[in-house]
Design a protein around this ligand. Sequence first.
Ligand SMILES: Cc1cc2nc3c(=O)[nH]c(=O)nc-3n(C[C@H](O)[C@H](O)[C@H](O)COP(=O)(O)OP(=O)(O)OC[C@H]3O[C@@H](n4cnc5c(N)ncnc54)[C@H](O)[C@@H]3O)c2cc1C
Length: 435
Amino acid sequence: MIPIPKTDYPRVIIIGGGFAGVKLVKKLKDLPVQIVLFDRNNYHTFQPLLYQVATAGLEPDSIADPLRKQLEPVRNFFFRMAEVYSIDGDNNRIITEIGELDYSYLVIATGSRTNYFGNESIMQHAFPLKQIPQALDLRSHILQNFEAATITEDLMEKKSRMNIVIVGGGPTGVEVAGALGELKKSILPKDYPELDFEKMSIILLEGSPRLLGGMSDVSSQRALKYLKKFHVEVYVNTLVEDYDGHSARLSNGERINTHTLIWAAGVKGNYPEGIIPESLERDRILVDEYSRVKGYDNVFAIGDIALMKNADHRNGHPMLAPVAIQQGNHLAKNFRRLIKGQELKPFTYLDKGSMATVGRNKAVVDLPGNASLGGFPAWMIWMFIHLISIIGFRNKLVVFLNWVWNYFTYDKGTRLIIRKFIPKRLKKKELEATA
Ligand SMILES: Cc1cc2nc3c(=O)[nH]c(=O)nc-3n(C[C@H](O)[C@H](O)[C@H](O)COP(=O)(O)OP(=O)(O)OC[C@H]3O[C@@H](n4cnc5c(N)ncnc54)[C@H](O)[C@@H]3O)c2cc1C
């Protein structure tokens, strides 16, 4: 058993320190329960700004916050950094990489993971954007390709090193494409004056007939217009069928040579093993309107992983941060009711709108009631909402200062190639081994 002090209080185990899990822990703080949070990382990630880390706009530290520091004021709280492997519902126990632990109540808030729709070659060679190490890896990879482009005489190879393909025209794909367009326009030509940026293509591919499928038509059209201003080529109704790390084959028969294919085409639920099959649907965990997992009395699921179907959301709620936060908040209130022996209340989602930014001065915002905004006002709203949502005062300040600096200097200060360190000695030996 994992060493956690014994208590007379019921033990609530929460798996996942994302938006849903963190909100729940904070709101449980005055309740007579022992809270044990598990996460494979010791920090919370603010995923909506991952693309800025990948495109050298922000350093990773400013979109992450240590979970122990963040949850310090919560009484009866324990954090364990560990991967949770599986759930044993019959014995009210979880099995993790550091041992096992029993629970009175279990909350699964494990979020989602990249969905490659079964395409092995894409999974092997594409760059996903779901975690901080992936964003850093992508940043280094893009910059390493520009370094390589400066030393090759082969014009095809040079272009292939500079080209970037983004797959998926949802908010993440659109935001990455806009940020790369900005890099190409204002920053990379200063760093690499010997390269001809007319030869570089940034291509955004979307399988459906339009960008930002979850947003209004007006916002979709606006986003397309803004991307064109950054010389991003947009192909709709187009899928990637195969990618070998150098060349992508599209559903329209075309081939694009690129060393960088960014995969922003979808996510799926990320659940530990052991959950009964009847509780799973489309890779998410089926829950009732109280977030209780189908087939269990004392197991709950919140956030991206939870599939809660109701009259307004027949296919479940969108996998978005506000849904996760509101479900964490609501479940805490229901725990309070549960402990007092009161009746639980059903969850209702308050949709405050959706938004995406498309580079400097440009964003699209859909407000409740069919209203929508574009351009500079939408960009200001986007920045304000993201700034107040980032966890930690220091992070808010650092992000704000970075944005102001980038805006006035047309610069992005984190264009560093940082990869896992391999000693030169080892490199030489590796080369000898392959010679
Ligand atoms: C690139 C990107 C951009 C996005 N942009 C937006 C946006 O602009 N607006 C918006 O509303 N939403 C956005 N989203 C979606 C939003 O981030 C998610 O909806 C939200 O993070 C869901 O919160 P969650 O708590 O359910 O899961 P997460 O925030 O993903 O947290 C899950 C946590 O569980 C941990 N975990 C998972 N499995 C295990 C395990 N087995 N053991 C231990 N720990 C585990 C993970 O380490 C993680 O900390 C974006 C997502 C991505 C990837």
